[in-house]
Design a protein around this ligand. Structure first.
Ligand code: SAH
Length: 350
């Protein structure tokens, strides 16, 4: 391996930071050998903090109704072929009941920006979840809301909030989103979430249309400086009913490489091996864990709505019962030497 590559990997491991140029160099000069070295270092760092434990999060896709029109997303409002649904409070609580009995101690409510998810409604669901399952964490992923709204959700008991920044480059952000959505507001939301006290997750897609190496370096720098507790990354996968239907998907290899880099930037970060990674490559989620990820997010949504929450083509696990999926995942993790645990899985602070 080229000396400069191994030096940069070592620098990242020791200093948890590189310059933009150095991040770019590592990304542009990726080889299998470099990827394996990075993954090895990432696994060591991860195992020091989290051992072989893989945290599971029960993903409840609460609504596919969305007022936004993100160009990459299958549930964008302009997609007339999307069959819309919204879960009731009762249905959400039923998903959690099933999840609890399967060993989940974190529930993630994710959805489009559905106007019906008022503060009162969401706070009500959070309170009920917390009342019934005080030993569980509640994570929200409901998009951009006002600071006041985030504050209310936090006070109702929500622990974590996932809001991917999507790209840390304003010009790139504007190529992925319609005019009404602004990079500044996305960043403002993230700042507010963290200040309020949520364990906050940002994240980005790998291989999204128009993405350059420089964009990815900016993403890594943003992750480094923002210091989120969680970071969700996965390959972009085209959806047939979006303007990006003819663009190429991102790769599992680059995704895993970046997972390893993020693990070295923030050793304690909660890093999911995403469904998109498992979709783009058979065994992708295992590869993600082996690259330094420590979280997986199996689907707890009712089977009847699974196919309707189609963010991208060919999403996996749209037909499996949650119980089957967890069993399958547990076996997959065991086969690579890792173990799914029943735990809230909070971020560990060193
Ligand atoms: N409305 C919420 C949840 C969005 S869905 C929010 O705004 O945060 C969760 C994530 O799926 C998005 O943040 C995006 O990064 C990812 N996603 C959407 N479309 C995708 C696609 N075509 N390929 C890969 N990931 C996609």
């Amino acid at each position: 391996m080229e000396n400069k590559i191994s030096e940069l990997i070592e620098k990242l491991e020791k200093q948890h930071s590189l310059t933009l140029e150095e991040y770019e160099y590592l990304i542009d000069n990726r080889t299998e050998e470099a990827a394996e070295l990075l993954a090895e270092k990432a696994r060591i760092v991860r195992e020091k903090i989290y051992g072989k434990a893989v945290y599971i999060r029960g993903l409840i896709e609460v609504s596919n109704i969305c007022k936004n029109d993100c160009l990459y997303c299958g549930i964008r409002r302009s997609n007339k072929s999307c069959d819309r649904y919204r879960l009731t409070e009762e249905e959400i609580l039923e998903c959690a009941d099933e999840g609890y009995s399967l060993g989940f101690r974190t529930f993630v409510m994710q959805g489009g920006e559905d106007g019906s998810f008022s503060d009162d409604f969401v706070c009500g669901v959070i309170r009920k979840l917390k009342e019934k399952y005080p030993d569980c964490a509640v994570t929200l992923s409901l998009g951009e809301r006002s600071r006041e709204s985030y504050q209310k959700l936090f006070e109702a008991g929500a622990d974590r909030y996932l809001l991917r920044h999507e790209t840390a480059d304003k010009a790139h952000y504007e190529k992925l989103h319609p005019k009404e959505l602004s990079f500044e507001n996305r960043m403002e939301c993230l700042k507010n979430l963290k200040e309020i006290g949520f364990q906050t997750g940002c994240g980005f897609m790998i291989g999204s249309p128009f993405q350059t190496t420089h964009n990815l370096a900016l993403d890594l720098k943003f992750v480094e400086e923002f210091h989120p507790q969680m970071c969700g990354i996965g390959p972009f996968i085209p959806h047939e009913a979006t303007p990006f239907k003819d663009y190429k998907a991102g790769t599992a290899e680059l995704t895993c490489y970046l997972l390893s880099m993020i693990r070295l930037i923030h050793p304690e970060i909660l890093l999911p091996s995403t469904t998109a990674l498992g979709t783009i490559l058979e065994g992708g989620r295992e590869k993600g864990i082996l690259a330094g990820a420590n979280v997986v997010m199996p689907n707890l949504s009712p089977i009847s709505v699974r196919k309707k929450y189609m963010l991208y083509n060919n999403k996996i696990c749209t037909g499996d019962e949650a119980a089957e999926a967890v069993k399958n995942l547990a076996e997959r993790m065991k086969a690579i030497g890792y173990e799914i645990v029943t735990d809230r899985g909070d971020v560990k602070t060193n």
